[in-house]
Design a protein around this ligand. Structure first.
Ligand code: ATP
Ligand code: MG
Length: 275
C-alpha cells in the first residue's frame, strides 16, 4: 500500500547505500563507504527538488538509486505510491519507463556509435513503443529542428548543447513521470547553459514533470528549484523552500556553501567578508 497522500510523486524513506571497501591482500571487505546515509525526502508532482552539496557528498549515488540504476542497501523509494527499492529485473524493466535520468556529461551518456535516431529509438524499442513520429516530436520539443536534419547525425557531429538536448529528448520520449537530472548543464559552456536549464523549466511547465535536480551550484539551484535539500557526507543536513534555505541557511555547511557562491555586487561582497 502507498503511504502518504497522492500529491507526493516521490517519497524516499531512510535510503542508504554502502559501498564496500575491499582489502586488496585479503580480498575481504574491510569497511564500507556510507555514500548515502539514511536520507528521507518527498517531491510533489510538478515540483523541482534541488539536491546540492560538495563533490563526493553522495548526489550522484542518490540519483542512481532513484533511477534504480543502483540497488539500495536499505530504505524505501515510493514513486506514485509504489515502492521500487526492492524491484528486481522483470519488475524493474516494467518500471524503467517511468523514471529517466539525464547525466552530467552528454559525451559519456550518448553512445558514439549511435545516431540521434538510434539513441532516441532505443528506450522506445525496449518498451515496444517505437514510433518515428514520437522521435520527431521529441526532437522538436527540445528545439532540434527540423528533426530530419539531426536524425542521422552521430554525437561527434553535434555541439555540446545539442548533445545534451538529444539526451533530454531520449529521457522524455517515453513520457516518464519523474526525471532525475544530475548536473545536466555543468559541463556546458556558459553561453548555452542557460538554454538547457530554461528548456528543463519549460518542459516542467508543459508536462508537469517532477524533477530531482542535482547541482553543486546554489545560484543554479535557486533559479531552478522549488525546494532545496543540502547534502553533506551522505546525509541531508537541511531542506526547505529554495528561497528560505538560501536567505536563512541554518546549517553551518549551507552557510559555507553560500559563502563560496560568487556575489556580483562588490558592496555585498565586502559586507559578507566583514561577517
Ligand atoms: N561504485 C562505487 N564504489 C565505491 N565507492 C563509490 C562508488 N560510487 C561512488 N562512490 C563513493 O561514494 C561517495 C559519493 O559519491 P557520489 O558520486 O555520489 O558523489 P557526488 O556528490 O555525486 O560528487 P560529485 O559532485 O563529484 O559528482 C564518494 O565517496 C565516492 O567515492
Ligand atoms: Mg556526481
Amino acid at each position: 500500500m502507498s503511504p502518504g497522500n497522492l500529491m507526493e510523486m516521490v517519497k524516499v524513506e531512510h535510503l542508504t547505500k554502502l559501498f564496500p571497501v575491499r582489502n586488496r591482500l585479503l580480498l575481504s571487505i574491510s569497511s564500507n563507504i556510507r555514500a548515502v546515509d539514511d536520507i528521507s525526502f518527498e517531491i510533489e508532482r510538478g515540483k523541482i527538488l534541488g539536491l546540492v552539496g560538495e563533490s563526493g557528498c553522495g548526489k550522484t549515488t542518490t540519483a542512481k538509486l532513484l533511477a534504480r540504476l543502483l540497488a539500495p542497501t536499505s530504505g524505501n523509494i515510493y514513486i506514485k505510491g509504489e515502492d521500487i527499492a526492492g524491484l528486481k529485473r522483470k519488475g524493474l524493466k516494467k518500471f524503467r519507463k517511468n523514471i529517466q535520468m539525464i547525466f552530467q556529461d552528454p559525451y559519456e551518456s550518448l553512445n558514439p556509435r549511435f545516431t540521434v535516431h538510434s539513441t532516441i529509438a532505443e528506450p522506445l524499442k525496449a518498451q515496444g513503443l517505437y514510433d518515428i513520429e514520437k522521435i520527431h516530436d521529441s526532437l522538436e520539443v527540445v528545439g532540434l529542428t527540423p528533426p530530419k536534419e539531426f536524425l542521422f547525425r552521430y554525437p561527434h557531429e553535434l555541439s555540446g548543447g545539442q548533445r545534451q538536448r538529444v539526451a533530454i529528448a531520449r529521457a522524455l520520449v517515453i513520457d516518464p513521470i519523474f526525471v532525475v537530472a544530475d548536473e545536466p548543464a555543468s559541463m556546458l559552456d556558459v553561453s548555452i547553459r542557460a538554454g538547457v536549464l530554461n528548456l528543463l523549466l519549460d518542459l516542467r511547465e508543459k508536462y508537469n514533470l517532477t524533477l530531482l535536480f542535482i547541482t553543486h551550484d546554489l545560484a543554479v539551484a535557486r533559479y531552478m528549484c522549488d525546494n532545496i535539500a543540502v547534502m553533506y557526507n551522505g546525509k541531508i543536513v537541511e531542506m526547505g523552500d529554495a528561497e528560505a534555505v538560501i536567505k536563512n541557511p541554518e546549517h553551518s555547511y549551507t552557510k559555507d556553501l553560500l559563502a563560496a557562491v560568487p556575489i556580483p555586487n562588490p558592496k555585498a561582497r565586502r559586507e559578507r567578508r566583514k561577517r
